[in-house]
Design a protein around this ligand. Structure first.
Ligand SMILES: [Zn+2]
Length: 365
């Protein structure tokens, strides 16, 4: 759609937002793009092996790419059965975030933005730093001082790294303060970031020979990937290209599980949950931006919200490492939940697990 003018609207009060607002200035709600093009199978550029094969369905023009998207979908034999792993950690900076960052940064470039702020537990910051560096945007990125050293080093290569002591919510608070006078390139809030994650669903559909899997099991923090997958498959359903949505399973660490708590209490939205240390540092989000939409997507697809503890996550990570899949602990959380998923979805269910982040950034020496 490229040159088409986007409509940015508050999902809560309907206020029309400016293209660079990070949330609704009237009510603080999440901003959506309301004039998305429909999914059009014949518009897929099949010779482009990146997410830009879906350029006709994306809300920004490509000015910069690092080769994001086009990740493999491989069968993995685990002790309890087969899964299909979508190797999102093979994106340019080693995490699924690059899909969203690519769209967000191209949107910033289209609006002539030269300087941004962001907060991250590591992967989103490393992703934004790389794309900012490649496009000469100055990025100031607030991270927890406790973030893995390799993630901080990657951020520092191409951006200004600001370490903040305290819980995961502390750098977010510091960034929100900075965002009063700067453009906030937020992976958690940006509707462009979510649009990038929809392409993961479309790739899975193509890689499964134009079918949806029975179930997708996904780690959830703010819900960017989860909601992107839900919207991506909803677009395929609306276009008549699949018959039903895959069941969507949201997996959180027991150390910080606002989505699971809200699901168990049959709530429409998440509340602020306590947070304690966990090896799944990528999904410690005590108040998910997309809580309402995550819960709706679970309900609409017939899925579940599940919590797993660090012992189970560590065992799942070892299982994956032993099969040559180099993922960080956060990415192993869904594998730790597979027993419950199989019992719920059926033993013959075709299950896809996006492996979200590279283990190379969390290796200790
Ligand atoms: Zn609003």
């Amino acid at each position: 759609m490229g040159t088409r003018t986007l409509h940015f609207t508050c999902s809560r009060c309907g206020h029309t937002a400016d293209p660079l607002d990070w949330h609704c200035i009237q009510c603080g709600g999440v901003i959506h793009v309301t004039n998305f093009p429909d999914f059009n199978e014949t518009a897929v550029q099949v010779h482009d092996w990146s997410l830009w094969r879906y350029a006709a369905m994306l809300p920004v023009e490509r000015r910069l790419t690092l080769g994001e998207g086009g990740t493999p979908l491989v069968p993995v034999r685990l002790p309890d059965g087969l899964i299909w792993a979508k190797l999102e950690y093979l994106n340019p900076t080693g995490s699924y975030k690059d899909r969203g960052t690519a769209l967000l940064v191209n949107h910033l470039l289209a609006h002539g933005v030269g300087s941004v702020v962001e907060d991250s537990s590591g992967n989103a910051g490393a992703s934004l730093a790389a794309y900012a560096g490649a496009s000469s945007i100055h990025a100031r990125i607030f991270v927890p001082a406790s973030a893995p050293a390799a993630k901080k080093r990657l951020i520092g290569l191409n951006a200004e790294l600001v370490e903040v002591d305290g819980p995961r919510s502390a750098p977010t608070a510091a960034c929100h303060e900075a965002a009063r006078t700067a453009v906030y390139a937020s992976h958690a809030w940006s509707p462009l970031f979510l649009a990038g994650q929809m392409t993961c669903a479309w790739e899975i559909w193509e890689q499964m020979k134009h079918h949806a899997p029975d179930a997708i099991v996904c780690p959830v923090g703010h819900g960017g990937l989860f909601v992107g997958l839900a919207r991506g498959f909803a677009a395929l359903l609306a276009a008549g290209l699949i018959e039903r949505l895959p069941r969507l399973y949201a997996v959180q660490a027991a150390a910080c599980d606002p989505v699971v708590r809200a699901w168990e209490d049959n709530m429409d939205d998440t509340d602020t949950a306590p947070e304690s240390p966990t090896i799944a540092d990528g999904i410690v989000v005590n108040r998910p931006v997309h809580g309402r939409e995550i819960l709706a997507a679970i309900r609409d697809s017939g899925g579940l919200a599940l919590r797993v503890d660090d012992t189970a996550i560590a065992e799942a990570q070892t299982l994956l490492l032993q099969r040559g899949l180099l993922v960080e602990p956060t990415s192993a959380a869904p594998v730790a939940a597979l027993g419950t998923v199989r019992a719920h979805a059926g033993s013959g269910a075709q299950i896809v697990v996006p492996l979200t982040g590279s283990g190379l950034k969390t290796l200790r020496h």
